[in-house]
Ligand binder design. Structure first.
Ligand code: ATP
Ligand code: MG
Length: 354
């Protein structure tokens, strides 16, 4: 046990040393991802419209936006799967157009759609990927088993993937994305449609990995709890970045509290609030929603003026969902439901085709 533990520590030290040497070789460490004025058109339609941002090494960077905002298109360009129409992007120190091979060797991908071979076993899928990436066989032996253990698939590694559940496939894809020790791991909706327990499990691996291998993570998600984990978030809408900051700063940028009043007549309450305070409320299933500067001070004042009976009052600080609503005009959960529905429709279509 002690010997095994020492080998693990030695291996982790070597991985860190390798990154340090790499950083010294390139001088000051560049951002892990650096995008400048990126544009991608499909015919006359502009899917990515002049996007610029940088992601630091070791960051967990979230890329959020409604369906069709341009997230997958941007990631596809960063992964060299699609050429930009204009602008530049560097990933792990290399240009995505001029140094495609180097970029590919330094990144890992876990995409929205599953790309595993159903008729290969879990182990075979990993070995096949290793060959594509030119990972030396000795390194594959060293890395594949711990990765399979980490994603809880060691006992199923010799079973064909077509007998895996959706969650198991996702976990295998994550293991595969990490097999060649990528410097940047792109995760495009890695947990979409999975049950909460599996999602928690996957996030535990991701956290372990970030600590152990200093991997930079570039994530798209429609789940608010996953967005909360990010060091920084960029919100993209209609191909443009509309906000970029830490989750806390983004929430602070909303600038108002949310007061929800459930009354005997929400429409009448709304009219009264508008007349007295000049605030336009929204009628929601939870009650009358009011965005106000200082929620706690507002509540006693509203009680003074309302003539309809109040059943319930709720005051809360803005969540990332409110941030999403402010910058895109939609709730993140609406986008999530759309995305799950789309994903199911695609899976259904694939099953019918298969
Ligand atoms: N190959 C293509 N040809 C034409 N249009 C495309 C192509 N790929 C993407 N688009 C369009 O570009 C826009 C951005 O698509 P993209 O897949 O990047 O969105 P997304 O933000 O990933 O959305 P989702 O949340 O649904 O995954 C969409 O309007 C989409 O229809
Ligand atoms: Mg997408």
């Amino acid at each position: 046990m002690i010997v095994r533990g020492s080998v693990m520590v030695l291996r982790q030290t070597l991985v860190r040393l390798r990154f340090l040497l790499w950083d010294q070789r390139v001088g000051n460490p560049e951002p892990a991802v650096e995008v400048d004025g990126l544009i991608r058109r499909f015919g006359s339609f502009t899917a990515v419209d002049g996007v610029s941002f940088a992601v630091e090494t070791g960051e967990l960077f979230g890329f959020l936006g409604p369906n069709g905002a341009g997230k997958t298109t941007t990631i596809s360009i960063l992964c060299t799967l699609l050429r930009p129409t204009a602008g530049t992007a560097r990933v792990a120190g290399c240009d995505v157009v001029k140094q495609q091979g180097l970029v590919r060797s330094r990144i890992g991908l876990v995409f929205q759609e599953t790309t595993l071979d159903d008729y290969l076993t879990g182990s075979e899928n990993l070995r096949f990927h290793a060959v594509l990436y030119g990972v030396p066989p000795r390194e594959v032996r060293d890395r594949a088993q711990p990765l399979l253990e980490m994603v809880g698939l060691a006992s199923r590694a010799d079973h064909q993937v077509r007998f895996y559940s959706g969650g198991m496939k996702r976990r295998l894809e994550i293991a595969r994305g990490l097999l060649h020790a990528p410097r940047v791991l792109f995760l495009d909706e890695p947990t979409i449609g999975l049950d909460p327990q599996t999602r928690v499990h996957i996030w535990e691996y991701v956290d372990t990995l970030r600590q152990r291998e200093l991997t930079t993570m570039f994530l798209t998600t429609h789940y608010m709890d996953e967005a909360e984990r990010c060091d920084r978030i960029a919100i993209i809408d209609g191909g443009k970045i509309v906000a970029i900051d830490t989750p806390a700063a983004l929430k602070a940028s909303v600038g108002t509290d949310i007061v929800t009043l459930l009354t005997n007549d929400d429409a009448a309450a709304r009219a009264q609030v508008r007349r007295v305070f000049g605030i336009d409320g929204d009628l929601t299933p939870e009650g009358l929603r009011l965005d106000v500067r200082d929620g706690e001070a507002f509540v006693p004042r509203v009680f003074e003026h309302l003539t309809v009976g109040v059943q319930n009052v709720n005051v809360r600080r803005p969540s990332l969902d409110d941030v999403f609503l402010k910058y895109t005009g939609r709730g993140i959960r609406d986008a999530d439901q759309d995305a799950v529905a789309q994903s199911k429709a695609r899976m259904g279509a694939m099953a019918r085709r298969g």
